[in-house]
Design a protein around this ligand. Structure first.
Ligand code: HDE
Length: 704
């Protein structure tokens, strides 16, 4: 025990335990407060002398409960968690700005859409839906795309998803739908997966889900990263002009880098290799100054269009094809800063659909109306106080004044005598009929009923339209996804019920899935409430492959190299990638690095054992023959190549690398995706080929 309290003694280790702790550690360690390091204090501000030992009687105890520093530290630690979100628990956020690029003053009085060139701060949180906070990123799932825009007229939260439709038509079904997709309550698994009986039982009993099921079984549910996905407000909203005229509006975010997804076999492996793949991607891109960007587009329409459209614009299981109603670009969203602290910002951010500025209003979509209740309610549960708007990430950035007071954790209370209005003390604030929010004065009448409108009854036509709008490759992925998911369903009756729905969507799809599930006879098609339409024109905007990037910008090449690698070939790839705006990471037998042909030392980014090719968009094998021969004996190196091939990636290779290709069962001239790299001029061509992202023609040969 130490008895000394003198300042000089305080700079030395107190006890033998402290010395053991620091023995042998290098670096600029400050063990005690000095001119550079402030004193550690309790939350009450009291300086702490020792943070390694509890107060005891003698060095071997017993411990004393009067040790207030110990008690406060443990008490606070015990209460560090807040309830995770019931849905969208796993998420990742970033700061940025929204820049208005088109004035919409004709349609809305919302201040944010008045002045071209004006920038408004935003915070965005991306998420998966079903998994808990610690689940993996590459679940087959919908992605949340929630945007909080700190406008000059208060916060506008556009709480969207990466799919433009939803599973259900009425918010009252949400708890059932979410219960069904989450872990089954008796066994508490599976985590972050829809491939289980409860989910498919619910879905197969819910025909209104069929359109969304096509989306969730498509590659949209396994995006390459947040940076390569679209966002949708889903519901029809209203713009309200200065003259109180209303225009219906749907919101769409379009990624500047184009759309991109991974394949399922890859997703499963990414989850093992890097469960934080999407988080890391956003973090790395923003830290590298490669700021992700989206264009905000609006689909604007009036009541006449709504009346003439094939489906009810209030039905959140329907979309308006872009070919019928062109999305108009009105702004850009740029994410350029990571939060300083994940908990303070990303975990505590409270999105609420009811946060709309004057000039943006709700439609009668029954799901939107239900959401407007749920999001406020859920914040009280999660953040524990009606004062959650006092948390900086949730506070408006414009001036605000109200008479709300007190409650848990009140950081701001009214100043002065008046805490009500009107008052005789000359103290504000007061309502502002001119600037304030006014609902659109829609005429509403009718009986109070528990009814779904007839106009919501067609559950299959748009599901069919979505399926038929996909390329052959994407259609195959949908069939494979359905087969995988339903193969995890134990009850044959649920599998059959699902196939009976698929028969209303597309006969070939139903037959393929039934066949792959080993179903011995086809069930009867499900009864459709209204005849399924086969006259809806395919919408190319719904395909990912049709809307890929024209560039390899923002993507990543994994270069497998080893001692003896040709320095020039390595340099050429790095240069070509840099010119394209793509990233290169060096994968080597050991993370320390490699010595190239001319004796130069190159530090590696990864060891091949820990960095399979699923983490890259394309790979290059820049190896001497010796090294390639050595690597044929390494399972991870063989898998690196075999997986890149199986996942239809472009593979650049030096002649020396052919033994490794051969060991993975690949002949160098098998298809256009295998690109020799021996000539230094080949590197730019290799990178240019990568713009196509994948060699889909290979998929039939691979038979994953
Ligand atoms: Fe949500 N949803 N939701 N949702 N939702 C929540 O709110 C809810 C729906 C969406 O990153 C919860 O703060 C109901 C559609 C996102 O923090 C909760 C219904 C869309 C996020 C809630 C829906 C969404 C949520 C849980 C009616 C796309 C994450 C935690 C069927 C347009 C926001 C929270 C974030 C979160 C309720 C349907 C998007 C419980 C009742 C449709 C992106 O309030």
């Amino acid at each position: 025990m130490t008895a000394s309290k003198s300042p000089s003694a305080a700079r030395k280790p107190h006890s033998i335990h402290d010395q053991n702790l620091v023995a042998g550690q290098g670096g600029d360690l400050h063990l005690f407060a000095d001119g550079d390091m402030p004193a550690l204090t309790t939350a009450q501000g009291g300086p702490v002398s020792d943070d390694l030992n509890t107060l005891k009687v003698g060095s071997r105890g017993p411990a004393l409960i009067e040790d207030f520093h110990f008690r406060e530290k443990i008490f606070h630690f015990d209460h560090e968690r807040i309830p995770e979100r019931v849905v969208h628990a796993r998420g990742y956020g970033a700061h940025g700005y929204f820049e208005t690029t088109k004035s919409l003053s004709e349609y809305t009085r919302a201040d944010i859409f008045q002045r071209v060139g004006e920038k408004t701060p935003v915070f965005v949180r991306f998420s998966t839906v079903a998994g808990s906070k610690g689940s993996f990123d590459l679940a087959r799932d919908v992605r949340g795309f929630a945007v909080k825009i700190y406008t000059k007229e208060g916060n506008w939260d556009l709480v969207g998803n990466n799919m433009p439709v939803f599973f259900i038509q009425d918010a009252i079904r949400f708890p059932d739908m979410v219960h069904a997709v989450k872990e089954e309550p008796d066994r508490a698994f599976p985590q972050a997966q829809s491939a289980h009986d409860n989910f498919w039982d619910f879905i197969s009993l819910t025909p209104e889900s069929m359109h969304m099921i096509m989306w969730v079984m498509s590659d949209r549910a396994i995006p390459r990263s947040f940076r390569f996905m679209e966002g949708f407000g889903v519901h029809t909203f209203r713009f309200v002009s200065a003259n109180d005229e209303s225009t219906f509006v749907k919101f769409i975010w379009k990624p500047k880098l184009g759309l991109q997804s991974v394949v399922w076999n890859e997703a499963v492996k990414i989850n093992g290799a890097d469960p934080d793949f999407h988080r890391r991607d956003l973090w790395t891109a923003i830290q590298a100054g490669d700021f992700p960007e989206w264009e905000l587009c609006v689909q604007l329409f009036d009541q006449n269009f709504a009346n003439s459209f094939d489906f009810d614009v209030l039905d959140p299981t329907k979309l308006i094809p872009e070919e019928i109603l062109e999305p108009i670009p009105v702004g850009r969203l740029v994410l350029d800063r990571m939060p300083d602290n994940f908990f303070a910002e990303t975990e505590q951010v409270a999105f609420m659909t009811q946060n709309v500025p004057p000039g943006i209003d709700f439609s009668n979509d029954p799901q939107l109306q239900g959401r407007n209740f749920s999001y406020l309610d859920t914040q009280l549960k999660r953040l524990g106080s009606p004062n959650f708007t006092h948390i900086p990430i949730n506070a408006p950035k414009c001036p605000f004044h109200h008479f709300q007071q007190d409650g848990h954790m009140a950081m701001r209370n009214p100043v002065g005598r008046a805490n009500y209005q009107p008052n005789s003390w000359g103290e504000g604030p007061r309502p502002d009929p001119g600037r304030g929010f006014r609902s659109f004065a829609a005429e509403e009448n009718g009986q109070k009923v528990l009814l779904r409108p007839e106009s919501f009854a067609d559950h299959y036509s748009q599901a069919r339209q979505f399926y038929l709008s996909q390329t052959g490759t994407e259609q195959k992925h949908i069939a494979m996804a359905l087969t995988f998911e339903l193969s995890k369903v134990e009850a044959p009756v649920i599998r059959e019920r699902m196939v009976s729905h698929l028969m209303n969507i597309d006969a070939n799809l139903a037959a393929t899935v039934a066949d792959k599930l080993g179903m011995r006879k086809m069930p009867k098609a499900a009864d459709a409430a209204v005849p399924v339409r086969d006259d809806l024109a395919p919408s190319p905007a719904l395909s990912i492959i049709e809307n890929g990037p024209a560039s390899f910008k923002g993507r990543k090449i994994g270069v497998l190299a080893a001692n003896g690698t040709d320095e020039k070939a390595l340099y050429a790839i790095r240069q070509a990638a840099e010119q394209e705006g793509a990233m290169v990471e060096l994968v080597a037998p050991m993370v320390g690095g490699i010595e190239t042909s001319d004796g130069q030392w190159n530090e590696a980014d990864h060891m091949v054992d820990g960095s399979p090719s699923v983490l890259f968009d394309a790979v290059a094998l820049v190896l001497s023959e010796d090294a390639a021969n050595r690597l044929t004996g390494e399972a991870t190196a063989r898998d690196f190549v075999a997986d890149a091939f199986a996942h239809c990636k472009f593979i650049g290779f030096t002649a020396g690398a052919t033994p490794l290709l051969a060991k993975a069962g690949i002949e160098p001239d098998m298809d256009e995706g295998l690109i020799p790299l021996d000539d230094a001029k080949a590197a730019p061509d290799f990178v240019a080929s990568c713009r196509k992202l994948r060699v889909w023609a290979r998929e039939d040969a691979v038979k994953l």
